[in-house]
Design a binder for this molecule. Sequence first.
Ligand SMILES: [Zn+2]
Length: 263
Amino acid sequence: MHYTGYLNKMAVYQHNPVRYYLNTENDLFFLNDLLGKKIKISYLHKIKCFCGKIVDSVYRMNFCQSCFFTLPQASDAILKPELSKAHLGIEERDLEFEKAYQLQPHTVYLAISGGLKVGVTRTSQQITRWIDQGAVAALPLLLVENRYQAGMWEVELKKKFSDKTAWREMLTWKDPDIDLLSIKEEVKQMYPDRIQEFSSDDTIYRFEYPKIAVPEKITSVNIEKNTSLEGELTALRGQYIVLNNSTALNIRTYEGRMVDIVI
Ligand SMILES: [Zn+2]
C-alpha cells in the first residue's frame, strides 16, 4: 500500500518498550507492529512549513525564510536558552508566547543516549524529551523556575559534560554503563552554595526501545539527497527509524517533507 503525506515528528509514548507512531498528517502508523516488515520511504520534493506554505526548500530549523526571521518559535532563545529574556519582561519577538514558553519549571538533566550528556527541558515535557533523544536513562539534576535559569546552568555544566547526543553510539546501543546518581553527587559537591537548586528527584528514568536487531554500524540517510530508503524495519530509538541495511532516518530532521510510504 502507498501512503502519501507530510512527515511530522513521531509521536512517542512511554511503555516497555516505547511506543512509536509515524505521523504523516493523513495516516498514523504504529511502528512497533511493523518491526521485521519491509518499509520504503521516498521524498517527493515538497516541504510544508510550520506556516502551512508549501516550499521547495527550507531556510533553517525547518522553517521558511519568513518564519525563521519572524516567529517566536524560531528565535535565538529557542536554541540558546541562556538568551531567554521573558523573566525580565523583555520581548524578543512575541512576549506572550515567550512568557508562556519560558516562564515555567525547567529540568536540567543528565542522560545516557549513546554517551553521557547534559540538557534542559520544560519539566512538563521531560519524558517526551528523553525519549526523543533516545535516552536509556535520565536523572533530573536541577529543577529551576524558568528557561533562563536552566540555560545558565547548562552553559556552566557544558564545561564538564557534552550537550550533544552521540547518535552513532545511540543507534548501535553502545551506551556506557554510568552511575548517574554518583555523578549528580559529584556535581552537587562542585556547587555547595547552590545545593538548594538541585532536584530532590533522584529517580533514574529508564527507557527501552523497540528492536529486533542491533546494527553494528550505522549511516544516517539524507533523504533529500538519496530520495528514498528501503529495507526491513529493525529498530526505533530517539526520533530515528533503523533498517536492516545499517541505515537510519532521523524523522525529526525531515519534518514537513512530503513523502510516499510503502508498507
Ligand atoms: Zn513558513
